[in-house]
Design a binder for this molecule. Structure first.
Ligand SMILES: O=C(CO)[C@H](O)[C@H](O)COP(=O)(O)O
Ligand SMILES: [Co+2]
Length: 232
């Protein structure tokens, strides 16, 4: 994802990014088609290594398979201990935006720079329990901050409201930064995050657990748009 694509995402206004984490992986492409038909445009892919987080999901083969069958931008959330080891393979597989966890690396500036050099958007994620000040060193080196509203590792967890204060603080410090929130986002929490100044809203269970993805996305969109977006 080049600079122009990132700018167009920012300029396009708030967006809901479905996480396929809890979808029916035996019918992955059918699920992706349903999510596209429901009106979502960017896919959030949760890559977990069973080491950085106590869960194991998927790697490059899934990213590559999705790249072959959809033109939706792929927002890849790396919940892995060694993001640099897999950055280029993930980009080669088709990732458009790569987000690593600040908790997983010693030098986030170096990691952000190396990922950016691959020609994709780079994000840094932070868990609720990690001091926000851990991001200070790399805020100017990333395109996006992914503010976790759950401890990374599983879908279906309860929303941690500390994320709202963090979105608000990051928005006030960096008006141009792309902000994404992830974890426990539903029709109640999405408005709070929007009002705090968030741009991108990762939603897993609140869509995947519903029988009607279109209705779920529509309800979420209504809740998101009825909140007054934080001033940039
Ligand atoms: O990064 C994640 C978990 O580590 C998932 O993206 C997130 O939890 C989405 O699932 P849900 O909306 O059900 O919380
Ligand atoms: Co995620």
């Amino acid at each position: 994802m080049n600079r122009a694509q990132l700018d167009s995402i920012r300029d396009a206004g708030p967006a809901i990014l479905p996480s396929v984490l809890n979808c029916d992986f035996g019918n992955l492409m059918a699920e992706v088609d349903r999510l596209r038909e429901a009106g979502t445009e960017i896919l959030h892919l949760d890559v977990m290594d069973g080491h950085f987080v106590p869960n194991l999901t998927f790697g490059m083969p899934i990213v590559e398979g999705l790249r072959r069958h959809t033109d939706m931008p792929l927002d890849v959330h790396l919940m892995i201990s060694d993001p640099l080891a897999y950055a280029k393979p993930m980009v080669d597989a088709g990732a458009d935006l790569l987000t690593f966890h600040v908790e997983a690396v010693k030098d986030p500036v170096d990691v952000a720079g190396k990922i950016s050099d691959l020609g994709v958007g780079v994000g840094v994620a932070i868990n609720p329990g990690t001091p926000l000040s851990d991001l200070d060193v790399c805020l100017d080196c990333v395109d996006m901050v992914l503010v976790m509203s759950v401890e990374a590792g599983f879908g279906g967890q309860s929303f941690n409201p500390v994320a709202i204060d963090r979105i608000r603080e990051l928005r006030s410090r960096r008006p141009e930064l792309l902000l994404e929130i992830d974890g426990g986002i539903n029709t109640s929490t999405i408005g709070l995050a929007r009002e705090a100044g968030c741009d991108l809203f990762v939603v897993g269970s609140a869509i995947i657990s519903s029988d009607d993805y279109t209705a779920a996305v529509s309800d979420l969109t209504e809740a998101m748009m009825s909140a007054n977006g934080g001033a940039r």
